[in-house]
Design a protein around this ligand. Structure first.
Ligand code: G6P
Length: 463
């Protein structure tokens, strides 16, 4: 089997042989551990100035070589903070109103993609397979081809792909989609994302033909598929038991007395719908007074991309909403909302999921949302909690029959669903849980990886 070369903007910090968090990191790490190869990308370091350091840091552990580069401050500003997170991220999450475009940032984005290819090229052998991840690297294959690399190259988008009209709000949209068509195989999280992409290609790129699971463009065939990323449910179940008797979880349970617990865990991002979620919780306390003093809601939201203005704004809004809700409803022995801006060990989070009665996962838009899947997998099978899930999370396509789906733009509807979740009888909870667990087992993380790599192998016509 040829080596696998994985390229992602961020090479995840490895703690105790495992990436610390995040869907991309967990998925990529697992794929590499099995196949062996290189994980190439940014190591999170920023070097002051505009000249990037050219050296690639190599570090090998187990089967994997981590090949990482630092970014110059100027490149970080243009490529990462600017075009990737100030232009693409909001539009791909259906928020063109939060997006801003600057030609210099786009030029920086293209340049950094080319610079990364130049750093990676000396490490590549002709028979290696390349698997590129996420929106920071849409033009990576194009840069590879320009640099003369003829390897098979696949791409997986971890975030949604927007509907054609929304995509068109990114000024260089056509160039970007044409660059995506330089890959041999494209993977999306859901069938709707795959359809949005093929619709774009059919309508905007003249001369293309869309056939089953592939598109044809200028005589080239590009594989296009939906590969919903999964988890290993048994591993999550095991992690969730690790802390079940730890001091933190025991203290939490004692502090709750007979109260019910609702839990949410997200990066602090406007796409996660945290303000709407807080408002719906407030509506629940307003309209169903029996939950006052009886329900505690823990929102864990570690800050993210805090040098992007939109992220600073959402943080301020949340602080104000949390203050308002607690000011309105707390009493001497009960605080309704615990809003925590720091990250926790993964196994502690899984134990927290296990100890709670409701997993409250309501993004306005999300590629997949593995928290929803992890919440289900962490439940005690004899007394499982209920998943309240946004219909706009990719995970809803798989979990719609077991979760209570909500529209995060409807605070009353969400409050009703929360009430239903908090009062759901055990037989219904078990039936829903078993249904969801079955889906998670049928499409676990290795299934995601194997399906994509199989299709990559079958795709394209490498030189
Ligand atoms: C999302 C993206 C990933 C990204 C992660 C953390 O999951 O899909 O590509 O790495 O967020 O964001 P950051 O900007 O800190 O890498």
């Amino acid at each position: 089997m040829s080596r696998l070369i994985v390229i992602s903007n961020r090479v995840a910090p490895i703690a105790e042989g495992k990436p610390t968090a995040g869907g991309l990191a967990v998925g990529v790490f697992d794929a590499l551990k099995q196949a062996g190869g290189i994980w190439f990308g940014w190591n999170g370091e920023i070097v002051e100035g505009s000249t990037p350091p050219d050296d690639v840091r190599l570090e090998s552990r187990d089967n994997i070589t981590y090949a990482t580069v630092a970014l110059a401050r100027n490149d970080y500003d243009l490529y990462y903070r600017g075009f990737s997170n100030g232009t693409l991220w909001p539009v791909f999450h259906y928020r063109p109103d939060l997006s801003s475009y600057d030609r210099r940032e786009y030029a920086g984005y293209l340049r950094v993609n080319e610079w990364m290819v130049a750093r990676l090229k000396p490490l590549i052998k002709p028979e290696d397979r390349l698997w590129v991840h996420d929106y920071h690297l849409l033009p990576f294959a194009q840069a590879c081809r320009r640099a003369g690399l003829r390897n098979r190259i696949g791409f997986f988008l971890h975030i949604p792909f927007p509907a054609e009209q929304v995509m068109a709000t990114v000024p260089p949209h056509q160039e970007l989609v044409e660059a995506m068509c330089e890959y041999d195989q494209l993977g999306f999280q859901t069938d709707s994302d795959r359809r949005a992409f093929t619709d774009y290609v059919r309508r905007r790129l003249g001369g293309s033909r869309v056939v089953d699971r592939a598109i044809e463009l200028d005589g080239k065939r590009i594989g296009v598929g939906a590969y919903p990323i999964g988890i290993y449910p048994e591993e999550i179940q095991r992690l969730s038991l690790k802390h079940s008797r730890s001091r933190q979880i025991t203290n939490l349970k004692q502090g709750l007395v007979q109260r019910r617990l609702m839990v949410s865990v997200d990066r602090l991002d406007y796409s996660k719908g945290l303000v709407e979620r807080f408002t719906a919780f407030e509506r629940l306390l307003e309209t169903k007074s029996e939950h006052r003093g009886q329900v505690s809601f823990i929102q864990i939201a570690p800050p993210s991309r805090s040098d992007v203005e939109q992220y600073r704004q959402i943080r301020r809004q949340l602080e104000s909403a949390a203050g308002r809700i607690n000011g309105r409803f707390s009493d001497l022995s009960w605080t309704p909302l615990r809003y925590i801006n720091k990250s926790f060990d993964r196994s502690l989070l899984m134990s927290l999921f296990r100890a709670s009665q409701v997993g409250y996962v309501t993004p306005l838009r999300d590629g997949m949302n593995l928290v929803a899947k992890e919440y289900v997998a962490a439940q005690p099978p004899d007394d499982p909690g209920v998943l309240v899930l946004s219909e706009f999370a990719g995970a809803a396509e798989e979990l719609e029959e077991g979760a209570l789906l909500v529209n995060p733009y409807d605070p009353d509807g969400m409050a009703e669903r929360l009430h239903r979740a908090l009062t759901m009888p055990l037989p219904e909870r078990r039936e829903r849980y078993e249904h969801m667990l079955q889906r998670l087992n049928d499409n676990n993380l290795s299934h995601w990886r194997d399906r994509f790599l199989h299709d990559l192998q079958e795709s394209g016509t490498p030189g």
